[in-house]
Design a protein around this ligand. Structure first.
Ligand code: PRP
Length: 176
């Protein structure tokens, strides 16, 4: 089996869009404090990059959730592997995600986190595949809408590989 990656969104386009999203967030959260929740592992690059350009006071926490395993499709079974370390009650919470696919992860997480009574709970995703949606999710900030392609890079993996690519690429697996 041979893995090939075709560039879908160049690194500079990703960076430019991240800055635009941060500007929008800065405007809409002006005068407030923002609590970012990074969903590990995929959104670590996006969260850090975005946070660099957010000008309102920021706190950050991390949660490890998994739905994919090592395959190309979602297992549909969401597991919280490591919960948040901070209470979100009364905080303006922004969940940062690398990709919304079926929406199962964010639907599950939103329900779980709303029960903890944050002042607000919004979602920011770098990528969205609207045509793959199975569970209803309201996304406040979206970097790019893409087709139903298996993408890697900027945090996204295939079998834990390619997260470090600075661009978004489409993975193709070819028989030898
Ligand atoms: C991926 C991605 C999202 C989720 C999206 O995580 O980072 O969290 O799947 O899929 P969904 O909308 O169909 O639920 P994954 O389980 O692969 O873990 P990872 O972030 O560690 O790569």
């Amino acid at each position: 089996m041979k893995e090939e990656i075709r560039v879908l969104i160049e690194a500079d386009k990703v960076e430019e869009r991240v800055k635009q999203l941060a500007e929008q967030i800065n405007r809409e959260y002006e005068g407030k404090k923002l609590h970012l929740i990074c969903i590990l592992k995929g959104s670590v690059f996006f969260t850090c990059e975005l946070a660099k350009y957010i000008k309102v006071p920021v706190t950050m926490d991390f949660i490890t959730v998994s739905s994919y395993g090592d395959g190309l499709t979602s297992s549909g079974c969401i597991t919280v592997k490591q919960d948040l370390t901070m209470d979100i009650k009364g905080r303006e919470v922004l969940i940062i995600e690398d990709i919304v696919d079926s929406g199962r992860t964010l639907s599950y997480l939103s329900h779980m986190l709303k029960k903890r009574n944050p002042a607000s709970l919004n979602i920011c995703t770098l990528l969205d595949k609207p045509e793959c949606r199975v569970s209803d999710v309201t996304v406040a900030y979206t970097g790019f809408e893409i087709e139903d392609l298996f993408v890697v890079g900027f945090g996204l993996d295939y079998a834990q590989k390619y997260r470090n690519l600075p661009y978004i690429g489409v993975l193709k697996i070819k028989e030898d």
